[in-house]
Design a protein around this ligand. Structure first.
Ligand code: ADP
Ligand code: NA
Length: 329
């Protein structure tokens, strides 16, 4: 049986990178897979959080999932902290993971920055918890953006090491699914950095909750170059900021970059940006409207999360019990 697991952190607002690199693909996958979508609140604890903001963000990300088109009746939607098996398996897996493997993780180096000695142990161990999130459901496929590829490879390594150690093939090796035209959406202000919630510049990203005027302003301010749109993708790829805007347009339109160039080659970016604003508003405004509607009834959101946690717990507890039998716990 094919089962997908994926999640997002309830840290600040979701942005266009989260939508095009992950959420939008999940919506398409729910028809083909048994689907489990988590709000990974335990991962958010790897950096300092305000309790009230964390809780509110968890509800907001839940609303974003549903507003983007994930069906809570067909999929399991829940928050990570509600299913204890994630943390329990994370401990077990951490005892099967050499520290040398974690030392290679580039995201830890980025997030810990210069003050590595002050970084939380949890930030370092984050990829092991992520492996547990996936493996506790024996998920076969994991849709993620490119930035999570290294963590997913680690999850496969941990699963393989566990299977070899106990001489079985208990865990399927989860396959990354890096889908769509926009697997790595870049900052609107700097084509060498990915669009990220942690970027200090508000103009670097479009949030899922931005209104039409804000989207227009951010697109107008997006960095480009003075050349018109080229005809060939190879030419475009030499111009990171230009490539990013064409990639975003193509992903929102559901076409390829080549098709977008076919339509707009020779035009200036000032003109192209007008089309991008219209498309982004048309695709994103309904999501933010629906998010607002859902957020006006947090009781209903909490009910959906509890229902999802019950379903997730049933699967996770059964697997954890098998894992403990294998280990002798
Ligand atoms: P962030 O990186 O902004 O902190 P998360 O780590 O919660 O967000 O990522 C949630 C999902 O969104 C992951 O699947 C990740 O790969 C995807 N994602 C995040 N940023 C981008 C981006 N700039 N382009 C494409 N996908 C992204
Ligand atoms: Na990320």
């Amino acid at each position: 049986m094919n089962r997908i697991f994926s999640g997002m952190q309830p840290t600040r607002q979701l942005h266009l990178g989260n939508y095009l690199g992950a959420l939008r693909n999940w919506v398409a996958l729910q028809d083909q897979f048994e689907s489990i979508f988590c709000i990974v609140d335990l991962h958010a604890l790897t950096l300092p959080q305000d309790p009230a903001v964390l809780l509110s963000n968890t509800r907001e990300v839940t609303a974003a999932y549903i507003a983007a088109g994930i069906d809570p009746d067909r999929c399991i939607i829940f928050n990570q902290a509600a299913v204890a098996a994630h943390s329990e398996l994370a401990w077990i897996l951490s005892c099967h993971t050499p520290m040398g493997w974690l030392n290679r993780m580039t995201q830890f180096k980025e997030k810990a920055g210069k003050h590595r000695e002050n970084a939380a142990l949890g930030l370092y161990a984050y990829p092991v918890l992520m492996a547990a999130d996936i493996l506790v459901y024996k998920a076969t496929h994991v849709p993620v953006g490119e930035d999570q590829k290294q963590h997913l490879e680690l999850a496969r390594d941990i699963a393989g090491a566990f299977n070899r150690h106990y001489g079985n093939d208990f865990f399927p090796l989860p396959e990354p699914q890096i889908l769509g035209e926009a697997t790595r959406v870049m900052s609107l202000r700097d084509g060498s950095k990915k669009m990220s919630k942690s970027d200090e510049s508000d103009y670097s990203r479009i949030n899922l909750t931005d209104d039409a005027d804000t989207i227009a302003l951010k697109v107008r301010k997006a960095k480009t170059d003075p050349e018109p749109l080229p005809e060939a993708v190879e030419e475009l790829e030499k111009r990171p900021e230009a490539d990013n805007l064409v990639t975003i347009y193509s992903a929102l339109a559901g076409t390829s970059r080549q098709d977008t160039l076919g339509q707009f080659a020779g035009q200036q970016f000032s003109a192209f940006k007008g089309n991008l604003v219209d498309l982004a508003v048309a695709k994103l405004a309904p999501i933010s409207t629906e998010m607002n509607r859902l957020m006006s009834d947090v009781g209903e959101i909490d009910r959906i999360l509890r229902h999802g946690a019950d379903k997730a717990s049933a699967i996770a507890s059964a697997n954890l019990s098998d894992i403990k039998d294998i280990i002798g716990l």
